[in-house]
Ligand binder design. Sequence first.
Ligand code: NI
Length: 155
Amino acid sequence: MAIRNIVKDGDDILRKKCREVVKFDDRLHTLLDDMAETMHDAEGVGLAGPQVGVLRRVAVVDVGEGVIELVNPVIIKTEGEQESAEGCLSFPGEYGITKRPMFVTVKAQDRNGEFFEISGEELLAKAFCHEIDHLDGIVYKDIAVRMLLPEELEQ
Ligand code: NI
């Protein structure tokens, strides 16, 4: 496993739409391992392919309950709403208020291509939405109700 460089604000790759994963091979497994290690090293709760320079539909999420690997994820159900602060490893030090669903169900494939469904609420629901947006070139700042001011960050 290896820690990869995280793509930062200003890099066009964050704005590109990712292609589906079609090969569930060692290369994918290494990518997923590296993404999890990179996310943990940066103390983030999610990381998507474009953030490590890979335009494939892959993401990892860990809200403290273990790593969830999402390959070709699609949101199939949402419910409710939450308004809360959100940040991104590609925009260090910045936070914004977003509106996201409170409950989200995702259909995805695992690293071997097996389909599964997973549901999450609150932070996990937010992370699923945030990471899947990345795969379509969307960053949370695009949908933020407003960004937090410097004096609010210190609280
Ligand atoms: Ni992000």
